[in-house]
Structure formats: structure tokens, C-alpha cells
Design a protein around this ligand. Structure first.
Ligand SMILES: Nc1ncnc2c1ncn2[C@@H]1O[C@H](COP(=O)(O)OP(=O)(O)OP(=O)(O)O)[C@@H](O)[C@H]1O
Length: 613
């Protein structure tokens, strides 16, 4: 992931994890209850050595079989109670934690929907996917296990040492001696592990992006025989991830080895010293057995600290990654500022509009500048320009997919910057050249274009878009279209996207070359139906072909981000060499000869397109 995507914070793991509190708060009682139950269960385990001491110094020394059976019964009861309490802990947290994960995922999804398009332009989708899946799963596991067990184990170790010191303080000191080097080692481990954990989680995101791109672009991969290079890119990334995971494993193995070995050595030392004390009669055999049994019971709580810390560190990284997205500011003005009507001019008006993409250099030339355009109510304006001149960008400004950097756009006299988003969506419908369909039925895909539209509107929209083919699909309107509608042809998808744009009878329509994938005959049919729709709306239509331009009342010519001419098709053919060239289909302006020749060629092209129908 590029470093620039997110400001890396230097928060400690604890401070990062504390940010989870709002999500944990609603289930805090259950979580505290579960931790209490686990502490109880763990401390019950520490009573077992005391029963052993009682058995060795009592019934075993006195050769009392009844006492031994009683001791065995106590041990059985203690073991059963410990197991039951651990079971209860799991039951207490399982369901609420699944709820926490679900609510964090829902928040992330909701937030992603409200982030500006510029954010999605910059962030690879794999990074977002991995944050919504792997990272949230890690967090659920952290809340279920390491969080509780760090508390439980710390309490168990504390209680265990009180018991050890109570039994024999000198042996207790021998066991406590490794605590200082262990704390230092753990803190060094934590610092190193946090860096590697972050790297691994980012690499998972990059890998997800490559897999997603390969799946979505499978046609290009196959068409251009790019299997090898894609596989190579995938292998390289997965090798890198493997390397990082191995570094993680090495770090974990190192700390695990130290955390296991050092206490074992201390227990050995205590065993030797204790045996000498028993031999010299300074300590009872029962006390030594109880001491060693307690020390052995503390082995797991101590040894597990290594991987509990590792899991906590990964969870702190997952929390950071989650909030890196959640902290990005949502689109401005979702509610609108209610400034209402600012001019008394119906139609769509662009006044001094300037736009620069958010990641562009502040000193760079804006993509669009000085755009002044007045589209009268009910008028259709074609937007024509060379490739890269800014047509798509201009159309994206009307539904506020991007925020303009200067000037204003008004719809029926209302500045769109002050409009609430839902109202703007109601007023403006869009259809883009690249039609996106969702994994839903054909009908649902079209009805996404209008809240509350019914069957009648749906059928009318399909008729306008000449999308009668849907009735011949296996389940008609209920046919599910695959991911991105890949089971349909490009032209079919475009027609559905067009139907979606017109289903709500929008007041304003923005069409970005919506007929480019249609054959000339279907295009003519769609145009004929669309003409009726356009009569009742104010529309901007990006057009590359004369036939699409013919739908419009007037044409605006966009040259390098500026409106260089506005007029009817015929007027522009006569007055603008660039327009005539664009409409003529000549390879280069020079190839087209004089402006008069170019205009003649363009008129021929228009007439030719007309005659094809
Ligand atoms: N998301 C983006 N971030 C930065 N620059 C962009 C972005 N999208 C487009 N551009 C740049 O903005 C300029 C205008 O692009 P735009 O897509 O609006 O042109 P267009 O006239 O619609 O081209 P075409 O006819 O090929 O579709 C181009 O120079 C392009 O590189």
C-alpha cells in the first residue's frame, strides 16, 4: 500500500486498542463477567496444589485411604468446576462478540458509501476488503481471547506468587528472579513485532487487490495471454508476504523459547533448593509438592504471554487500519445547508466552474476552468471534445461525484453545493459509458434508479432503452445478472444502465456517451425513444458521434478543459474547425483539409449515419 494513503500514527498498542471502546461498551458487562468467570476458573486451578499439599502432609503421611479418596473427590470437583467455568466464559462472549464484529463491519460499509469518489480513486479495493474482513476477524478474536486472557493470566500469576511466597518465600524469590529480564524481552519483542505485523497486514491487502483485479479483468488476462505476468506478480507478492510471515514466526518462536526456557530454569533451581531444604528438614515434603505444583500451574499463564502479546499487537494494527478508513472525512454537505434558490434561472447553469482532482498538484493546470454554460430548461446540450478534454469530469460534477474547486453549478436556480444529497439524487440521474450492474435481478438493477418506482415505470424505462431483450432472458425481469452484469453483452448492459437513468423521470439527465456500445440499428431505436424522454428533461449528453449529437438542441465544444464554442450542430460545423474535425472522423485535423472541407466531410458523415437507419 502506498505510504501516502494513510497517515501512519505512532500510537501505542494500548492507545490504538482503546479506540475499540465505543464498540465494546454495549457488551462491557458480559465481557467483564466473562473475565471474572475466567479469573475464578484459573484461580480454582491454583487451589489444586493446596489440596495436594493437604493430601501429602495428611492422609498420605498418615496412611489414611479414606482421606486420600476424599482428596481425590476434591480434586475431581475442582477440575470439573474449572472446566465448567471456562465453558461458561465462552458462552458469555461468543454471541455478543459476533455482534461487535457485525456492527464494526456495518459501520465500515456505511462509511465507505459516504466517502468521496476521490477516496475510492486513491485506495486499492483490496486494502478496503482486507480491512473489512481479515482485520475485523482478528479484532473479534482479540476481544474473545487475548484481551480476557491477558487479564486472567496476569491475575493468576499474581495470585500464584502470593501462594508461592506464602509457602516458602526464599523459593518464591528464585521463581520471581526472571521477571525483570522477561519484561524487558517482551517489550523489545512488542516493538519489533508491531512493525512486522503492520507490514504483513498491508501485504494481505495488496495481495487481495491483485486477486481481485485478476478476477475482474480475467477477459483481458486471457485475451492478451497475460497469465504468466499476472501469476508472476501474484507469486512475488505472496512470496513477500510469506517472508514477512516467516519473520513474524521467527520473532514469535524466539520470544516463546525465552519465555518457556527462563521460567523452566527457575523452576529447576527452586526444585534443587527445595529438595535440599526438605532433606535438611527445613521444609515439609507436602509444601515442596504444593510449591512445585503451583509453579507448574503457572507455566501456561506465563508461556502464553508471548503469543497473547503477538495477537494483541496484530489486533492493535488491525484497529489502526480500521480507523485509518473510518477517520477519513465523509463527503461534505450530505444534509445540505438549505441555502435554497440563489438565482431565478431555470435549467442547468455552470458559472465560472473550475475543477482540479484532489490528488493533483495545487499549482497544476485545472482539468476544467472558466466553464460558463447555460442549459435552458427542457434543452438537451451535447458535450463534444477531444479525448481527455474533460467531458466525463464535467458530467461527474453535476451529481457531485466530485466537488468543484471554484464557481457554482445551479439546477433551476438552486446551487447544488447547498442541496442535500438525497434531493440532488432525486433531481439528477446519470448513465455512464462504463455501465455497472450489481449482483441482483434485472428489474432490481433498473429500479435502483428511482426510489419507489413501480412495475409500470420499470417497463416504460425498458422500452425507452430498447431493452426488450430482458423479457427473453431465462427468468425475464427476475433474471439475476452476475457480478458487474458480466453475463450480458456490453450493449445490453448499456441499455439497462440507460433504463436505470430514466426510470425515475428525472428533472435533469446526465448521459456520458451512453450509446457507444450499441449497433447503429439499436442506437437509432434507442435514440428515437430517448428523444421523447429528453423533451421533458434538461440534459447533458457526452457525444462522440454525430448521431448522438443529433439528439441535442445545442452543442458545447470542450477544448482542454474550457468551453471553446456553443451553438447548434450546423453552426459549429460552420464556425469551428475543431468541431468539424471531431465530427468528420478524420485521423488528424491536418488530414481533414480546410475548415470548409472538414465541415463538408462532417455533414457527409452525419448524413451517412442518418441513411444507415
Ligand atoms: N480520477 C482522476 N484523477 C486524476 N486525474 C484524472 C482522473 N480522472 C481523469 N483525470 C484526468 O482528467 C482529464 C480529463 O479526463 P476525462 O475523463 O474527463 O476526459 P474525457 O474528455 O471524458 O475523455 P474521453 O473522451 O477519453 O472519455 C484527463 O487528463 C485525465 O487524465
Amino acid at each position: 500500500m502506498p505510504e501516502t494513503l494513510a497517515e501512519r500514527t505512532d500510537r501505542s498498542a494500548v492507545r490504538s486498542l482503546l479506540r475499540l471502546w465505543p464498540y465494546v461498551r454495549p457488551i462491557r458487562l458480559r465481557l467483564f463477567g466473562a473475565a471474572f468467570v475466567a479469573v475464578l476458573a484459573s484461580c480454582l486451578g491454583l487451589v489444586i496444589p493446596l489440596v495436594l499439599k493437604w493430601m501429602v502432609d495428611g492422609p498420605v503421611t498418615d496412611r489414611d485411604p479414606g482421606g486420600v479418596w476424599l482428596g481425590a473427590l476434591y480434586l475431581l470437583l475442582l477440575g470439573t468446576a474449572e472446566a465448567a467455568l471456562f465453558g461458561l466464559r465462552r458462552w458469555l462472549v461468543a454471541r455478543p462478540l459476533a455482534g461487535v464484529e457485525a456492527s464494526m463491519r456495518a459501520d465500515l460499509y456505511r462509511h465507505l458509501q459516504r466517502l468521496p469518489v476521490a477516496f475510492h480513486d486513491r485506495w486499492p479495493s483490496g486494502q478496503l476488503l482486507s480491512r473489512g474482513t481479515t482485520d475485523l476477524m482478528l479484532l473479534r478474536m482479540f476481544l474473545a481471547f487475548p484481551l480476557t486472557f491477558l487479564v486472567v493470566n496476569a491475575t493468576t500469576i499474581l495470585v500464584g506468587f502470593v501462594i508461592l511466597f506464602d509457602q516458602e518465600w526464599s523459593l518464591g524469590l528464585v521463581l520471581l528472579a526472571p521477571a525483570v529480564p522477561l519484561v524487558i524481552l517482551c517489550s523489545l519483542f512488542e516493538t519489533k513485532f508491531s512493525l512486522v505485523a503492520r507490514k504483513a497486514q498491508d501485504q494481505v491487502g495488496d495481495l487481495t487487490t491483485v486477486v481481485e483485479e485478476s478476477v475482474l479483468g480475467i477477459r483481458i488476462v486471457k485475451g492478451f495471454g497475460r497469465h504468466r505476468s499476472q501469476a508472476l506478480a501474484f507469486r512475488e507478492l505472496s512470496q513477500r508476504l510469506r517472508g514477512t510471515e516467516l519473520t513474524k514466526a521467527r520473532l514469535l518462536a524466539g520470544i516463546w523459547a525465552l519465555i518457556t526456557t527462563i521460567p523452566e530454569l527457575a523452576i529447576c533451581a527452586a526444585l534443587v533448593l527445595g529438595t535440599i531444604q526438605v532433606a535438611e528438614g527445613d521444609l515439609s515434603a507436602g509444601t515442596l509438592v504444593a510449591f512445585l505444583a503451583t509453579a507448574l500451574a503457572l507455566r501456561w499463564p506465563v508461556e502464553s504471554i508471548g503469543f497473547l502479546l503477538a495477537m494483541s499487537q496484530e489486533s492493535a494494527t488491525a484497529t489502526e487500519r480500521f480507523f485509518e478508513v473510518m477517520d477519513v472525512a465523509e463527503e461534505r454537505g450530505i444534509e445540505g445547508d438549505g441555502r435554497g434558490r440563489v438565482a431565478d434561472e431555470p435549467g442547468m447553469v455552470f458559472e465560472g466552474v473550475e475543477f482540479r482532482y484532489p490528488d493533483a498538484d495545487p499549482g497544476s493546470v485545472p482539468v476544467l476552468a472558466g466553464i460558463d454554460l447555460r442549459i435552458r430548461s427542457g434543452e438537451t446540450m451535447a458535450l463534444v471534445g477531444a479525448t481527455g478534454s474533460g467531458k466525463t469530469t464535467l458530467t461527474a460534477l453535476v451529481p457531485r461525484l466530485h466537488e468543484i474547486t471554484a464557481g457554482r453549478i445551479m439546477l433551476d436556480g438552486e446551487d447544488i453545493a447547498g442541496m442535500a444529497r438525497p434531493r440532488l439524487r432525486e433531481l439528477v440521474s446519470v448513465a455512464f459509458e462504463e455501465p455497472t450492474l450489481f449482483s441482483a435481478s434485472v428489474g432490481e438493477n433498473v429500479l435502483m434508479g428511482a426510489e419507489g418506482a413501480g412495475d409500470e415505470e420499470l417497463r416504460r424505462a425498458l422500452a425507452v432503452a430498447q431493452a426488450g431483450f430482458v423479457y427473453d432472458l431465462p427468468h425475464g425481469l427476475d433474471t439475476q445478472v452476475g457480478e458487474q452484469g458480466l453475463s450480458l453483452s456490453g450493449g445490453q448492459r448499456q441499455r439497462l444502465a440507460l433504463a436505470r437513468a430514466v426510470v425515475g423521470r428525472p428533472r435533469f439527465l446526465v448521459l456520458d456517451d451512453p450509446l457507444s456500445a450499441l449497433d447503429v440499428h439499436t442506437e437509432a431505436l434507442v435514440e428515437a425513444a430517448l428523444r421523447q424522454v429528453l423533451e421533458r428533461t434538461t440534459a447533458v449528453v457526452v457525444a462522440h458521434r454525430p448521431s448522438t449529437v443529433m439528439l441535442a438542441d445545442r452543442v458545447a465544444l470542450l477544448s482542454e478543459g474550457r468551453i471553446s464554442a456553443v451553438g447548434t450542430h450546423q453552426e459549429l460545423l460552420r464556425t469551428s474547425a475543431e468541431y468539424a474535425w471531431l465530427m468528420s472522423g478524420a485521423a488528424e485535423p491536418e488530414d481533414a483539409g480546410s475548415p470548409a472541407d472538414t465541415a463538408a466531410a462532417a455533414e457527409d458523415a452525419t448524413a451517412e449515419e442518418g441513411s444507415t437507419r
